[in-house]
Design a protein around this ligand. Structure first.
Ligand SMILES: NC(=O)c1ccc[n+]([C@@H]2O[C@H](COP(=O)([O-])OP(=O)(O)OC[C@H]3O[C@@H](n4cnc5c(N)ncnc54)[C@H](O)[C@@H]3O)[C@@H](O)[C@H]2O)c1
Length: 247
């Protein structure tokens, strides 16, 4: 069990990649705080993985503090996975209204500000380091057309990952990002801007050398490695999990 005795907060774990991460962490012995804005989803996954649910919106400081408090109630905090994210529909940049723009930045970027405010004091008090993993995207390394504002949030996340890693290295708090290529989760149709048909998927698959989309298990396996002590010398990395898309 690679994460035995560790306590993790996984945001947006009520479905998609986050659910896969919560499942793998639990299989490896971690206690998991399953957080999501969707209460029913958070509770379903928490039950399935033997964890605890913390319902809330990652763009709200108070909610994020409650997520970290739920981990402390389990005994502490070792791992944070900032996975919750949202997008606008693929299309022309001027077609995205201000409210949508603000929401995408609040959920994908401001959430990190709140999580660092909530989690760092706990890591510091414990004095045993920690692992912070951001679920970014290939969109922040090699963008596709049609997702200007979303891609920008992932570019911001990649830069924040490297800067945070530098600032926190003296405290042995590691910060890494995983950059998945497109996966068949709840966000897929918005990312494609097209109906989810085999023909439309084929257009995107053509640019992925290994010939398939990412799966939650791909992202979860990378997270286990970045969370465990075997990666103790790895920080500031933007790890594509992308079937060769960005090579
Ligand atoms: N699916 C892809 O193709 C893909 C590719 C690269 C990166 N990503 C990133 O992976 C992460 C997870 O996305 P996914 O594809 O699993 O999507 P998803 O929609 O299947 O899952 C996201 C989960 O986050 C929750 N959530 C949304 N907004 C929230 C908020 N404000 N507070 C708390 N929870 C919230 C949702 O309820 C949902 O359960 C996102 O950061 C996304 O940008 C996805």
């Amino acid at each position: 069990m690679r994460l035995q005795g560790k306590i993790a907060v996984v945001t947006g774990a009520g479905g998609g990649f986050g659910e896969g991460i919560a499942q793998r962490f639990a299989q490896e012995g971690a206690k998991v705080v399953v957080t999501d804005i969707n209460a029913a989803a958070a509770e379903r996954v928490a039950r399935a993985v033997g964890g605890v649910a913390a319902v809330g919106d990652v763009s709200k400081g108070e909610d994020v503090r409650a997520m970290v408090a739920a981990a402390e109630a389990l005994g502490g905090l070792d791992i944070v996975v900032n996975n919750a994210g949202t997008t606008h529909k693929n299309g022309k940049m001027l077609d995205v209204d201000e409210a949508t723009f603000d929401r995408v930045y609040a959920v994908n970027v401001k959430s990190i500000y709140w999580m660092m405010h909530a989690a760092l004091p706990v890591f510091r008090r414990q004095g045993r380091g920690g692992s912070i993993i951001h679920i970014s995207s290939t969109a922040g390394i090699r963008p596709r057309p049609g997702l200007v504002w979303y891609n920008g949030t992932k570019g911001a996340l990649n830069t924040m990952t490297q800067c945070m890693a530098l600032e926190l290295a003296p405290e042995n708090i590691r910060v890494n990002a995983i950059c998945p290529v497109m996966g068949a989760t709840g966000l897929l149709e918005q990312f494609m801007g097209l109906p989810d048909t085999p023909e439309n998927r084929a257009k995107f698959l053509a640019s992925i050398p290994l010939g398939r989309m990412s799966r939650p298990s791909d992202i979860a396996n990378a997270c286990v490695w970045l969370a465990e002590d075997a990666s103790s010398f790895i920080t500031g990395v933007l790890l594509p999990v992308d079937g060769g898309r960005t090579a």
